[in-house]
Write a protein that binds this ligand. Sequence first.
Ligand code: NAP
Length: 119
Amino acid sequence: MKLINETALIIGSTSGIGKKLAEIFLKKGCKVAICSRNEKNVNKTLSDFKKEFGDCIIGHVCDVTDPFSLKNIVKKTVDAFGSIRILIANAGISLSYGPFHYLSPEKAYDETKTTIEKI
Ligand SMILES: NC(=O)c1ccc[n+]([C@@H]2O[C@H](COP(=O)([O-])OP(=O)(O)OC[C@H]3O[C@@H](n4cnc5c(N)ncnc54)[C@H](OP(=O)(O)O)[C@@H]3O)[C@@H](O)[C@H]2O)c1
């Protein structure tokens, strides 16, 4: 499958699964925005891919737990590529921790709702 002229934003893409996905999408002809919290990681990933993929890749610092940071990476991706057709939310966030009896659907709902309201 080719992804020529498709656009992807991959959250958490400077190592592991996210970085590999960025490489696969780039090789298929997709334009890819990579991001993570650490600027050094972002720059290293950009330098790993820029030589082969040129303007098809952009990268910025983004912490997905920060709504403003998230809005910023979305804007920068749309500004650069015109759209986001593929979104990969690869940076995992765990809300509840603890023994099984501590967890409940109500608690999970409250925590998720609070997080979404911040956005
Ligand atoms: N590897 C596995 O076997 C496995 C199995 C099941 C599920 N998963 C899930 O798959 C996802 C990726 O796993 P992985 O093994 O590839 O992890 P990884 O190698 O640690 O990569 C995580 C990436 O996400 C970035 N990141 C972390 N927190 C972030 C945040 N708040 N905002 C933006 N970027 C963030 C990291 O860079 P910075 O540190 O620079 O932010 C890094 O680029 C995770 O959600 C993990 O829970 C993995």
